[in-house]
Write a protein that binds this ligand. Structure first.
Ligand code: C2E
Ligand code: MG
Ligand code: MG
Ligand code: MG
Length: 283
């Protein structure tokens, strides 16, 4: 009786497991086609100076638009792409979409940096890094406007291998954002010597900041740490005026979040910039 029951559970588990593998496989196939069929588009989210909400940059965030019109968010496919290696193809595509976005912004006289997200395996791919370096060292007026974002946990996981690559990118003028900071396990030694350009406070800390003294103090300490080591500190997920004011009190200069703007595709972004009087769209 007992043995039969566990056998039954085992079968159920296997079927579920198989269904899961199939679902992932389908998703990866779909994603692969999505690149070729131009279903991958960028949404750009402004980063603003907290004191006056002036735009200091944009982050490129990937969106997968299915032919049905449904939009798949990166949380649903990036982790699976990361496990398969397809992420490198995806991120290479995102790099080119980012360059195109930089050009389109430049045509509207918007001359600010745009960051795109990379995974650690992208940085271990020499030809991809070379492509980025080539652009950064080119004569293009946009060459100095490219930034990357890498999560703290990924940058620190294989720090000794990643450090020289990040240093090389920075020495060629590519800004480096340490993303989701506070959720990984950085050693202070690494943070001190890395000298990356931007530190992005993870949005969970921004949310916890208003909840109690400890939450406040964590953000306070991250901001001090960042400034002490010459990072520009960027707060992610700023949703309320109270958060914005607290961040300013704590000395944080740049924010990103729904309070200022959601990630927008280029046409919508250009309309938003027009509203802000940053560009005048000619009809
Ligand atoms: P991330 O780089 O930390 O990006 C910030 C995420 O927070 C974005 O979600 C953004 O839409 C969201 N966000 C911005 N402001 C607010 C706010 O005020 N409140 C809340 N609740 N959320 C806010 P998104 O676009 O879904 O991206 C999720 C993650 O997927 C990104 O986190 C990034 O790690 C990854 N990702 C996105 N695009 C790419 C890509 O092209 N390549 C790679 N490798 N990863 C990507
Ligand atoms: Mg990011
Ligand atoms: Mg982040
Ligand atoms: Mg994140």
């Amino acid at each position: 009786q007992h043995g039969r029951k566990s056998h039954h559970h085992y079968t159920e588990y296997t079927n579920e497991f198989r269904a899961d593998i199939l679902a992932r496989h389908k998703l990866l196939q779909g994603l692969n086609c999505a690149i070729d069929e131009q279903q991958l588009v960028l949404a750009l989210q402004p980063k603003v100076r907290l004191s006056d909400e002036s735009v200091v940059g944009f982050e490129a965030l990937l969106r997968w638009k299915l032919p049905s019109g449904e939009v798949v968010s990166p949380g649903a496919f990036i982790p699976i792409a990361e496990m398969s290696g397809l992420i490198n193809k995806v991120d290479n595509h995102v790099f080119h979409l980012t360059l195109a976005a930089l050009e389109q912004l430049e045509q509207q006289q918007i001359h600010v940096p745009v960051s795109f997200n990379v995974t650690v395996s992208d940085l271990e791919n020499d030809s991809f890094v070379d492509e980025i370096l080539q652009f950064a060292l080119s004569a293009s007026p946009l060459a100095k406007l490219l930034e990357i974002e890498i999560t703290e946990s990924q940058a620190m996981e294989d720090y000794q291998r990643i450090k020289p690559i990040l240093k090389q990118l920075m020495s060629c003028g590519v800004g480096v954002n340490i993303d989701d900071f506070g959720t990984g396990y950085s050693s202070l030694k690494h943070i001190a010597e890395l000298g990356a350009t931007h530190l992005k406070i993870d949005q969970t800390f921004v949310a916890a900041m208003m909840q109690n003294e400890a939450g406040n103090d964590v953000v306070d300490i991250i901001i001090r740490l960042g400034h002490r080591f010459n990072f520009t500190v960027v707060a992610e997920g700023v949703e309320t005026i109270a958060q914005r004011e607290r961040l300013q009190q704590l000395g944080c200069q740049v924010g990103q979040g729904y309070l200022f703007a959601k990630p927008m595709e280029l046409p919508q972004l250009l309309a938003w910039l027009t509203d802000k009087n940053l560009i005048s769209l000619k009809s």
